[in-house]
Design a protein around this ligand. Structure first.
Ligand SMILES: [Zn+2]
Length: 98
């Protein structure tokens, strides 16, 4: 699911008159498009529910949630966190929205 919003830096114009001396004033935030496409709702980083397999019982259970821009980043963050502890198998981490 993606959302498009008007670029707040250039107000949807794609250029910023005050920066005309830099690359013709192209807005760096939106790359001159005047709008920004995000995967999540505007200004909100999605929350992800992390599950992993316990070393004790082999059960795959939900453990904690974290905020990240996308599922792949969330999974990488989870693997790092799980690697610090020793109750779960880090590479078993899975990510669900929520
Ligand atoms: Zn812009």
């Amino acid at each position: 699911m993606s959302h498009t919003r008007e670029c707040e830096r250039c107000a949807g114009k794609g250029t910023i008159p005050a920066h005309k001396n830099v690359l013709g004033g192209v807005c760096f935030l939106c790359g001159g498009k005047g709008k920004i496409v995000t995967k999540a709702a505007p200004r909100k980083t999605p929350k992800w529910l992390i599950s992993a397999t316990t070393k004790d019982t082999g059960e795959h259970i939900a453990i904690f949630s974290l905020r990240a821009r996308n599922a792949e980043i969330a999974r990488q963050m989870a693997v790092i966190q799980l690697a610090r502890g020793n109750g779960y198998i880090p590479t078993s981490a899975t990510v669900a929205e929520g």
